[in-house]
Design a protein around this ligand. Sequence first.
Ligand code: HEM
Length: 208
Amino acid sequence: MGFAGRVREATRSDHAAAQSMAYFDALLGGRLDRYGYAALTAQLFFVYETLEDAAAEMRADPVAGAFVFDELTRLPALVADLEHLIGADWPARVAASAATSEYRARLREVAFTWPAGFVAHHYTRYLGDLSGGQVIRRALDQAYGLAGAGTNFFEFPGVEPRAVKQRYRQLLDTVPWDAVEQERFLDEVSLAYRLNTAMLDDLGKVVA
Ligand code: HEM
């Protein structure tokens, strides 16, 4: 099994925990209103603001830079969604939750200076967006009749998710990290999942 396969196996239970958060149940079951959905979009805005700042910093890194795919950039889509879902005054009406602030603090701590740390956080978000994100988008369209408006975050125009994921896994399979660095990477992916799970837990309380 290549490294990409190992990453997936090693974090299978972390993924299961993230995926089974009550917030997703309510969201995908159509039990929230548009503000309940917008609450997720807002928290993701704060995450991607920092993550994509880190990407700009890491672009020049010989290893981490290869993972910076411009076509995956999510911040403009999140801004468009927030404008649609909340209105032009959205910046005054959203704030990072405690869990999201912790997530951002970890990103600032590792993703700007440690290439494998950046890739760990990048992988956890973007590969998820290209995978489960597609399932979520279809469910949202159905549950809330959004017809594509307000769900730009889940859309990657001109991108073939399967092809990008394949390329991404090839890159992971060829990273020049030694065994110690690979373990540190796996730990950071696991932490990234837990930070996402905590963010979703906070969201579950907000919309309960
Ligand atoms: C309702 C919520 C979710 C659903 C339905 C879902 C579903 C899926 C599915 C079906 C795959 C496999 C796709 C494939 O084999 O190509 C996948 C992969 C993935 N998901 Fe999720 N997911 C959810 C939540 C999350 C969350 C919250 C995260 C983390 C932020 C996440 C991160 C990932 C990652 C990183 C992968 C790629 C694993 C790999 O192949 O290396 N997912 N997801």
